[in-house]
Design a protein around this ligand. Structure first.
Ligand SMILES: Cc1cc2nc3c(=O)[nH]c(=O)nc-3n(C[C@H](O)[C@H](O)[C@H](O)COP(=O)(O)OP(=O)(O)OC[C@H]3O[C@@H](n4cnc5c(N)ncnc54)[C@H](O)[C@@H]3O)c2cc1C
Length: 408
């Protein structure tokens, strides 16, 4: 690894370096520049590409207006769940299910930050980071080809250096049934924004999960979010340990749309692909004052793959700690909900019950708001019991015991 230690020019020093300007890095920057105590801090934001594209769509639920309300492209107050012989619409009150387009989010924060002369930008691929002592003060240096900068604190959301993608983080050997490691599943998907010539969608209902699709020997569903009566984001999503060939997602999307809306033609306006790790494995470790945030910083909820709102919570916690001069703690998932995540992941990973049946039972027996609270880690113990009672005891109990043994 090139540490570029031979660089002899004076090293630029910052209060904070944000390594990776994706969802987590830019969210943190957003809260820093909005904060009266932190907005004048000298910040360097580094990303291998600052030329942002609409590479992802974020959806999440919220019960009031959030920090990015002005960016919400669409929201729904009803969701639906579908499985063989099961169709249910559920009001989401008091929550709304909201959608933000990646490009709107990136552009908005980059534009807001551009008027702050204390925020500096560097487009470069980071090659190394290291901690050192400088006059009894700990600093971290961040290196890229031909350059280096240092800061009192570095927040990183970039992948560990040895990885090209999160895909290569998969160290779990499924075939060996490695009971000691936390299970690892991918939530992988391909989506399209489609536009029909005729009105075909009910724009008031977000189809959260439709399990009437090939299950790939695992758990798979179609996710259909209508933007209006003619336009929708449709995503084929699978929870499994193997990512599929692109042609497979395309074929299933084609068949689904043709069967659901026969004799209606549509155009594809946009496509997105993704693979989100569903695991409690730790990807990489850094020593203070380098802190991981976002997907590599354990912000993804292992049992659902949702991360956007946890990233916001993580960044808000960090802002509070910086304001108060407290030690930085980036953890966002409490022990109780981490335990439920581990149990659900265990059941899915070891195929103790198929995912369609699990989610169908949970949504059949609970209000959407209770499920959202549970998935947001804000449910009460009594609400947790209600959710867990949706699953048969013979499935839940042995899984819970095995998770406890693994922890012990
Ligand atoms: C397609 C897609 C859709 C998703 N949809 C949802 C959703 O609907 N709801 C939800 O809650 N979650 C969703 N997620 C999960 C999660 O919210 C996102 O993955 C989120 O973008 C994670 O934020 P992050 O900042 O950790 O990573 P990223 O947003 O990926 O940012 C990491 C940044 O680091 C930069 N970087 C990496 N390596 C280097 C390097 N060596 N040097 C310099 N820069 C580097 C990258 O260029 C990137 O900008 C989705 C994920 C994907 C992939």
């Amino acid at each position: 690894m090139d540490n570029s230690n031979s660089i002899s020019a004076p090293i630029d020093t910052y209060d904070y370096i944000i390594a990776g300007a994706g969802c987590a890095g830019l969210s943190l920057l957003h809260y820093i520049i909005k904060d009266p105590l932190l907005s004048s801090k000298k910040v360097l934001v580094i990303d291998k590409s600052l030329n942002k594209t609409n590479d992802r769509t974020w959806c999440f639920w919220e019960y009031s207006k959030g920090s990015f309300e002005h960016l919400v492209k669409h929201q729904w107050e009803t969701i639906s769940i579908h499985a063989p012989l099961f169709n249910k619409e559920l009001p989401t009150v008091p929550y709304c299910y909201k959608m933000i387009q990646g490009i709107d989010f990136y552009n908005d924060i980059i534009k807001s930050a551009s008027i702050h002369s204390n925020v500096h930008w560097k487009e470069a691929t980071i090659t190394n980071m290291e901690v050192h002592h400088d006059l009894d003060q700990k600093y971290a240096s961040v290196y890229w080809q031909g350059g280096v900068a240092k800061a009192k604190i570095v927040f990183t959301s970039m992948l560990p250096f040895q990885m090209n993608s999160l895909q290569s983080a998969h160290t779990f050997d499924t075939k060996k049934g490695d009971q000691k490691s936390p299970p690892f599943l991918w939530q992988h998907f391909k989506g399209r924004v489609v536009h029909f010539e005729q009105s075909v969608f009910n724009e008031k209902v977000a189809r959260l999960m439709d399990f009437n699709v090939p299950q790939q020997g695992a758990t798979a569903f179609m996710y259909l979010l209508p933007l209006n009566e003619k336009q929708a984001l449709v995503e084929y999503t699978v929870f499994s340990d193997q990512i599929l060939e692109t042609a497979v997602y395309d074929h299933i999307l084609d068949v689904y749309l043709n069967e659901a809306f026969p004799s209606h033609s549509y155009t594809i306006q946009h496509e997105e692909v993704g693979a989100i790790p569903m695991t409690q494995q730790i990807f990489t470790e850094f020593a203070a004052p380098i802190y991981k945030i976002g997907a590599v910083g354990d912000a993804i909820k292992a049992s659902s793959g949702y991360a956007f709102q946890f990233i916001q919570q993580q960044c808000k916690n960090i802002i509070e700690q910086l304001e108060k001069g407290k030690a930085i703690d980036t953890s966002v998932h409490n022990t109780r909900h981490r335990f439920y995540d581990a149990v659900l992941l265990h059941i899915l990973f070891y195929h103790k019950m198929n995912g369609a049946e699990i989610f169908k039972r949970i949504f059949a027996k609970n209000k959407a708001a209770t499920v959202f609270k549970f998935l947001s880690n804000t449910s009460s113990f009594w609400e947790d019991i209600q959710i867990m009672r949706s699953l048969p005891t013979r499935i839940f109990l042995p899984a819970a015991l095995l998770v406890l043994c693994r922890r012990g």
